[in-house]
Design a protein around this ligand. Structure first.
Ligand code: NAI
Ligand code: MG
Length: 364
């Protein structure tokens, strides 16, 4: 099992160190190799995604990524900025499926922006299509309008489009994820979110998802308009299980779902290709405001490593061991500052990682 470790910049190296420690504690035959990416790669090699880093990522079974985007590099031209590294990796590795679980750990229900009873036990999975939709659709540009409400005025336009294979493959990811989750939870349900009442692209989306569903009779499917989905996420989020949607709706809904759980410092993510190879990273960015202070929460990255074990490396037991260790550490009352609360012990990045390692060791 070859894992490419890409720490990045900002808090990236601090949180990745802890995840690597946790992976070592599992005592499994991993081959881990690190490379520069983002700001550190620019500083050392003059480019945010050097050829050697891309080659390492391509050769690996999975990539564990920290974060990029330190403010130090804000003044660079767009193609040299750290964020180009993550966009370049998604594109080169053809990572079309973005999986973002929104899990409210029972010990952290108070940190949610919703009432505890609405979020306690919350465990949903948002699946966002990542390489299509209006973000990449051509044509796009600026021109002088020849029709519309203001002929002759300057205007800008983008194109929303999805092809059948693009919708089919993301639908398969969703139904299979619902099946896998169902083995543990007993619930196998997919909610496909669209805007079929207004947009042709998303009527097509609804038709194709319904066709793919015929291959998964054991999984329940329902369809929801995106405006209603935005409401349901804050009204009754626990009624959802797996949510699958396009790139733009998924961008917005996955951030909304993240807030239900309290802290972005707790949320892992996966981006998968057609063979389930993938890149795993925390949902947050490089947090330049706290970089170098040793206070970042490493749990989102540690939980991303657990997702990597479950989805790409087929080591579900090892993934369970990490997740139970994280629960045990929260139960024991340790908190980083982003999830701190009265009566709990506030610890730094390294101490939190050490505690997860210790919890893994006591259980094995
Ligand atoms: P951010 O997620 O880096 O930070 C938002 C807030 O959450 C900050 O106050 C930060 O201190 C806090 N935070 C984030 N992660 C934390 C953790 N693990 N523990 C404790 N607190 C944490 O988002 P922001 O500020 O919008 O972006 C900062 C930079 O990161 C930007 O340059 C942005 O482009 C980049 N970015 C990179 C991503 C990636 O590497 N995939 C994703 C999102 C943003
Ligand atoms: Mg976003």
């Amino acid at each position: 099992m070859k894992i490419a470790i890409l720490p990045g910049d900002g808090i990236g190296p601090e949180i990745i160190d802890e995840a690597v420690k946790v992976l070592h504690a599992l005592e499994l035959p991993f081959e881990m190799e690190s490379a520069d990416v983002g700001g550190t790669a620019y500083a050392n090699h003059g480019h945010p995604l050097p050829e050697s880093t891309l080659a390492l990522a391509k050769a690996a079974d999975a990539v564990l990524f920290g974060a990029v985007g330190d403010w130090k590099y804000d003044k660079l031209e767009r193609h040299l900025r750290p964020e180009q590294a993550i966009l370049g990796l998604r594109k080169s590795l053809q990572l079309f499926a973005n999986l973002r679980p929104a899990i409210c750990h029972p010990q952290l229900t108070h940190a949610s922006s919703l009432k505890p009873e609405l979020v306690s036990g919350l465990d949903i999975l948002i699946i966002r299509e990542l390489t299509g939709d209006i973000y990449f659709g051509q044509p796009r540009g600026r021109r002088t309008a020849v029709d519309g409400h203001f002929p002759g005025a300057d205007e800008a336009f983008d194109t929303m489009r999805y092809s059948r294979p693009e919708i089919e493959r993301i639908a398969h990811v969703a139904f299979q994820a619902a099946r896998k989750r169902g083995e543990r939870s007993g619930v196998k349900k997919v909610t496909s979110v669209d805007k079929a009442n207004v947009l042709e692209t998303f009527q097509f989306w609804r038709d194709v998802v319904t066709e793919v569903h015929a291959q998964y009779p054991d999984v329940e499917l329902d369809h929801m308009y995106v405006d209603n989905a935005a409401m349901q996420l804050v009204k009754a989020p626990k009624k959802l299980d797996v949510v699958v949607t396009g790139n733009m709706f998924g961008d917005i809904l996955s951030d909304e779902a993240a807030m239900l759980t309290g802290s972005i410092g707790m949320l892992p993510s996966a981006s998968l290709d057609a063979s389930n190879k993938g890149l795993y990273e925390p949902s947050h960015g490089s947090a330049p405001d706290i970089a170098g202070k040793g206070i970042a929460n490493p749990l989102a990255t540690i939980l991303s490593a657990a997702m990597m074990l479950r989805y790409t490396l087929r080591q579900a037991d090892a993934a369970d061991r990490i997740e139970s260790a994280v629960s045990a550490v929260l139960e024991s009352g340790l908190r980083t500052t982003d999830i701190a609360s009265a009566g709990m012990r506030t610890v730094g990045t390294r101490e939190m990682g050490d505690a997860v390692v210790a919890a893994i060791r006591t259980k094995t």
